[in-house]
Design a binder for this molecule. Sequence first.
Ligand code: NDP
Length: 460
Amino acid sequence: MSFDYDLFVIGAGSGGVRAARIASGHGAKVAIAEEYRVGGTCVIRGCVPKKLMVHAARYAEDFADATGFGWSGQQKARFDWRAFMAAKDAEIARLNSLYIKGLESAGVEILHTRAEFAGPHELYLVNEERTVTAEKILIATGAAPFVPHNVPGAAFAITSNEAFHLESLPKSMAIIGGGYIAVEFAGVFHALGVETTLLYRGKQILRGFDDDLREHLSREMTRAGVTVMTHANVDRITRHDHGLGGYTVHCANGETVQAEEVMYAAGREPYTFDLHLELAGVEMAANDAIKVDAFNRTSAPHIWAVGDVTNRAQLTPVAIREGHAFADRVFGGRDIPPLDYSIIPTAVFSHPEIGTVGLTEREARARHGAVDIYKSTFRPLKHTLSGRGTRMLMKLVVHPETDVVLGAHLCGPDAAEMIQLLGILLKTGARKADFDATIAVHPTAAEELVTMREKQPATD
Ligand code: NDP
């Protein structure tokens, strides 16, 4: 049987683009379909524009901090949201065209259309109203913001998708959720002068992160002026009429928050809507994700899935690794072992930012019993003059017998940069003694990582 393509990739985000380029490089005839913009969530409406927003927001703090170093006049600085949006959009357009060029120069055919399964090897191209065939298919459709359907008025809320295109900065913002996106956007909007309230349904934000990190960030956000409401189960959202308009978020405990804009940041669900997976024999897992094995193969032997649509670690670098490995295995004949998901360094670009890798103290105790904890909180040198009351947290979780560092958790300036390097150490099984034997780089915040000597009591 002959097919139009050796490989058809659905979704031109991080995972799909990498897989398409590498497979084409191995000699496969490849097409990739994208219904929105080539580059996917990370480039178009995720990590990259978010990080640019984080940079924009940090200037507010830098201007304020500069006074302590003898600067003056910067208090008159004004932020122009529209100018920033235009610059951000231009950069995203540049990256979008680079992605397109990269695919084209690799010989991949780009189809600017939604693609849906019409059979095991058939794909219906919606915009082009035609069907094509492919021997092998990769699903890389990512995930989309989740908004609960059972909350009346939830449709009034924006999601991160819209937050990247606001016409103007609202005076006030209520953000529902307590994960990556909620804390990141809360930090950005607050620093840009928006009165920001974060409503989290549980006891402490960032469930799944180390408890000390969660408390530290919550304290820092509150100190900076973000209102962090916990146990805030949103019941309904109503539109109110106070001159400028806006909304009221009603919580089950009777508390209410009024804000000009409401944003849901309550997780992202695998984007499989109307893909007609059943026509191709592709099974779903319980969490609405596409079920895959350790090599990203679905229940249909000629179909694979990578990235957020598999709902394992919803992180760009993971999707890229999976897509690359898929193409090398299936089209390059390479024997690539399954990806190790156990040690993934990650950053949260909150204010201040978080870097974390390995086991939390709680996870380490559950797995190994007692563990050794090294912990330090301190005022970064810069803030002795800036006067900002912020503190940095550094924590290492260490195996008591083997001395292997099981987890590293940081919150403070440059934590994201530090955690990339700590990731290498944890990946290679570094011991606390190796940290201790390393000469400090002075004066830095990172030197604290090699000078912590006193074991701290366990956190309850
Ligand atoms: P997260 O999974 O990080 O957090 C979701 C949050 O929403 C949790 O606090 C969760 O609460 C809460 N929540 C879930 N359902 C509801 C509901 N029905 N009502 C109210 N709150 C609810 O998702 P995000 O949307 O923040 O981000 C999606 C993913 O994108 C992340 O998991 C991350 O992998 C990725 N991402 C990574 C970034 C980075 O690397 N810096 C940046 C942004 C996103 P609870 O904890 O109680 O379940």
